[in-house]
Design a protein around this ligand. Sequence first.
Ligand code: LMR
Length: 331
Amino acid sequence: MRIAVTAIAAVGLVLGFAAGAGAEPIKIKFSHVVAEATPKGQGALMFKQEVEKRLPGKVVVEVYPNSSLFGDAKEMEALALGDVQIIAPSLSKFDKFTKKLQVFDLPFLFDDIQAIDRFQKTKMGQSLLEDSIKAKGYKGLAYWHNGMKQLSANKPLKVPADAKGLKFRIQPSNVLLAQFQALGANPQKMAFAEVYQALQVGTVDGQENTWSNIYSQKFHEVQKHITETNHGVIDYMVVANASFWDKLPKDIRGELDKIMAEVTAKANKIADDFNEADKKKIIAAGTSQIIKLSKEEQAQWRKAMEPVYKQFEAEIGKDLIQAALAANKGS
Ligand code: LMR
């Protein structure tokens, strides 16, 4: 009998679950690559706070921001191995696992974050979340928003020809690679944690990111010009290790799902405000010139990047692209 009880406790320990009174709480390590003062950073903290309030003694959440536990290159693997239980990579970082999520990287696809939100709530958007990476052992829990991407460089970028020949850091996405190649620029895939230094020492000349990422990583201190292009998006999928999540005790998993849905709604509401506020802080810092585009100039960027659609139409699927574009019209 004693042996049997010990054996059950041991199984509980291996799975990381509480096996009864006095047992250790379930530990969820949540690792991400951005600063705490960003939409994603805040979402992760809200999740921790709510979980520990509503499941006291049962679940603890440890948040590791700023690539402090795992950076871009390692986090998906660490999740598969169970070294971390939740991560929230940008949707641009999944193209090794599925071609479908590449849709989010198409330039000038969404007019704003509200359009992304509408698309993600459609049947197709939900199926991308629930099914696109399931076979690889990952579970998509939620979409979290950041914002629209801007283009920065140490040279003013007013028209597409200005980007020609410049080196740009990109996330590991073939669509983003093609986007910069369409401009005649030289894109380089690079982990987020390495970008500041690469900009500082001139390994790359520029990059694309949201106002909140630019401000919180201090990119504006090492980039003389930022063009307000709004040419693409940074948005996230919150992902768990599927076997960890599915084996959680039912009542705990149910509560965690509920909390994730509530936190998602709250975090997604503050994303736009965060980016607006950080844009103002960048302007106030005065280290970068902010370049605004006229409608005609923005149309030139759109046209220059347009060939990317045809290049990836077969991989992504025409239906998916059409559905995403339709979300711009509102509902
Ligand atoms: C980037 O690598 O630029 C972004 O995906 C970082 C992030 O998580 O917002």
